[in-house]
Design a protein around this ligand. Structure first.
Ligand code: FAD
Length: 454
C-alpha cells in the first residue's frame, strides 16, 4: 500500500515514495546521503499542523516523531535543549514539573520544536517581547542536504542562526534545538469589548501600548480585546478557567459551528442559529470583563489537539497588517466578508482572530521585521471545502491589496507575488541563500519551488 501523509484537518495529503522515522541523527545523515534509495524532495515533517503543503513530498518524508528526547534543562543559563521531534506540549509539561516555562507559551501544543525553530509562528498573548517562538531559540543543529552536520547559535554564527530561524527545512533537517526559558509565571487575562464603528486608531494604539500581550476577537461588528498581564498568583478558579478554555478550542467552538452549517436545514434557520451562537460568545466575553477577567498559569494557554475528533477540528488563515493600517483593514475585511456572504452564502462559523505581534528582527523572514503588526485570521470549521477554499483565495486577494504579510505555513494558497510583495528584498536574499545551501535542490518541493524568486 502507498504511504500516505495527511495534515491536521485532512485538507492536505501527500504520497511519498519513502516515509521514514529516524531515531537518531546518524539515520538522518544516511537518508540524506542515499539519493538512490531516498529520492528528493526530502522534507522533514513534524506534526503536520501546517495549513499549506510545506512539508509535502512525493519523494521522501522524514517523520521526526521518533526523535523526541529532552536532552538538557540548564537552570543556570535558563535554557532547554531537546530533539527536534518533541512536541511543545510535552516539553512544556517537563519544564512545568520544575517550575519553569517557555517564554512564548504558544497555543498549538502539537507543534514540534524543530518546526518552531525554523518556521513562522505567532502568539499574541505572550508577545511582550517577541511573539514568534523561534526568536527565543539560542541554538540549532541540523543535517545539511548533503548529509553533513552543521550548527549555529547566538554565540557562534548568529548570522547563520538568523537565516536558519526561517529555513523551513530547505537547508536541511533540524535535529536539536535550544530555547531560552524562565520561571513559571501566573498571568491574568482581561477583556474589553468595543463596537468597531466607535473605535479610533488612537484608542487601538492606547490598548496596544498598555498591554503585555494582545489578541482581538471580532464577533459580528464587535471587537473584544483580550490582554494579559503578570500577576503574583493565580486565583481559585484558574484551573477551571484553563480547562474550559481548552475545551472550547479543541472541542466546542468548531463542533457547534460545523453542526449549524451541516445539520440546520434551511438558510434562515442556519443564519439565526449562527447569530445566536455568536451572541453567546459575545456574552461570554462581556461576562469575563464584568468579573474582572481570569487568571491561569502561563503554560496552561497551550492546547493539546492530538485527540480532537474530526467534528471539532478547525482551519484558518493568517495575514499580518502593519499596526497603523489594521483598523482600516479590519473594517474593510468586514465589508469584504459580508459581500462574500451575500454572493456565495458562505461565512466563517467561528470568531475572527487578530494577533498583535511586535517588531522582531531575529530571523530573515520575520513578518514583523519592518514594524509591529496586527493580523486578520478568519477561522472556520468547514463542511464544504471548495466554498472555504474559494473564500481563502478571495481573502488572499483582499489581504495582498491591503499590504498584508502571509506566513508560509499558515496562509493557504500563498503565491510568489504575495511573498515578494510582503518580504521585499529579504525574499530575494532568502531565495539566493536557499539555493546556495542546497544547490542540488534535494529539499525543494513544488510548493517552495513555486514560491522562491528566480
Ligand atoms: C488547530 C491549529 C492551531 C494552530 N495554532 C497555532 C498557533 O497558535 N500559533 C502558530 O504559530 N501556529 C498555529 N498553528 C499552525 C501550526 O502549528 C504551525 O504551522 C507549525 O509549524 C506546525 O508545527 P508542526 O510540527 O506540525 O510542523 P509541520 O507542519 O510538520 O512542518 C512545518 C514546516 O517545517 C518543516 N519542518 C518540520 N520539522 C522540521 C525539522 N525537524 N527540520 C527541518 N524542517 C522541519 C516542514 O518541512 C514544513 O516545511 C495551528 C495549527 C492548527 C491546525
Amino acid at each position: 500500500m502507498k504511504n500516505m501523509v495527511r495534515n491536521y484537518d485532512g485538507g492536505i495529503t501527500a504520497f511519498p515514495a519513502q516515509l521514514v522515522s529516524p531515531c537518531n541523527v546518524a539515520e538522518i545523515q544516511s537518508i540524506l546521503k542515499d539519493v538512490g534509495r531516498y529520492p528528493g524532495p526530502v522534507r522533514a515533517m513534524g506534526s503536520y499542523h501546517s495549513l499549506t503543503p510545506c512539508a509535502s513530498s512525493d519523494g521522501t518524508i522524514i517523520n521526526m516523531s521518533g526523535m523526541n528526547r529532552t536532552l538538557e534543562i540548564d537552570p543556570k543559563k535558563m535554557t532547554f535543549t531537546a530533539e527536534a521531534g518533541l512536541q511543545f506540549i510535552v516539553a512544556s509539561r517537563t519544564l512545568r514539573a520544575q517550575n519553569l516555562q517557555f517564554l512564548t507559551n504558544i497555543e498549538i501544543g502539537n507543534m514540534t520544536l524543530g518546526a518552531a525553530a525554523c518556521c513562522h509562528t505567532k502568539d499574541g498573548l505572550d508577545g511582550g517581547e517577541f511573539g514568534q517562538v523561534g526568536s527565543y531559540i539560542t541554538g540549532i543543529k541540523w543535517v545539511t542536504p548533503s548529509g553533513d552536520l552543521a550548527e549555529a547559535s547566538d554565540a557562534n554564527n548568529p548570522a547563520l542562526l538568523h537565516f536558519m530561524r526561517s529555513s523551513y527545512g530547505l537547508c536541511g533537517v533540524v535535529y536539536e534545538v535550544t530555547f531560552r526559558i524562565k520561571p513559571l509565571e501566573a498571568i491574568q487575562f482581561s477583556y474589553l469589548p468595543r463596537p468597531i464603528k466607535d473605535l479610533t486608531e488612537k484608542e487601538v494604539d492606547r490598548i496596544i501600548d498598555a498591554s503585555k500581550g494582545l489578541i482581538c476577537w471580532t464577533v459580528g461588528r464587535r471587537a473584544h480585546f483580550q490582554t494579559r498581564k503578570h500577576v503574583d498568583q493565580v486565583g481559585p478558579f484558574a484551573s477551571l478557567f484553563a480547562a474550559g478554555r481548552r475545551r472550547l478550542w479543541n472541542h466546542t467552538e468548531a463542533r457547534v459551528g460545523r453542526f449549524i452549517d451541516s445539520r440546520i436545514p434551511t438558510k434562515p434557520l442556519r443564519n439565526a442559529s449562527l447569530d445566536a451562537w455568536f451572541a453567546g460568545s459575545k456574552l461570554l466575553m462581556s461576562t469575563l470583563k464584568l468579573v474582572g477577567g481570569a487568571t491561569l498559569y502561563n503554560p496552561d494557554k497551550t492546547i493539546d489537539y492530538s485527540r480532537t475528533p474530526s467534528s471539532a477540528k478547525y482551519a484558518f488563515t493568517f495575514w499580518a497588517f502593519p499596526r497603523s493600517q489594521w483598523l482600516d483593514a479590519l473594517r474593510e475585511y468586514l465589508e469584504f466578508s459580508e459581500k462574500h456572504f451575500k454572493k456565495y452564502d458562505f461565512r466563517c462559523n467561528m470568531p475572527l482572530g487578530s494577533y498583535f505581534i511586535r517588531k522582531d528582527t531575529q530571523s530573515i523572514l520575520s513578518y514583523t521585521h519592518d514594524g509591529d503588526v496586527f493580523s486578520i485570521d478568519p477561522i472556520h470549521a468547514y463542511t464544504d471545502k471548495p466554498a472555504w477554499d474559494r473564500f481563502l483565495k478571495e481573502f488572499n486577494e483582499f489581504a495582498y491589496k491591503k499590504n498584508g504579510i502571509p506566513l508560509l505555513n499558515q496562509s493557504p494558497f500563498v503565491e510568489r507575488r504575495h511573498v515578494e510583495a510582503a518580504y521585499g528584498a529579504r525574499w530575494k536574499q532568502f531565495s539566493v541563500q536557499v539555493k546556495a545551501a542546497d544547490p542540488q535542490q534535494r529539499m525543494l518541493n513544488p510548493f517552495f519551488a513555486d514560491l522562491l524568486s528566480e
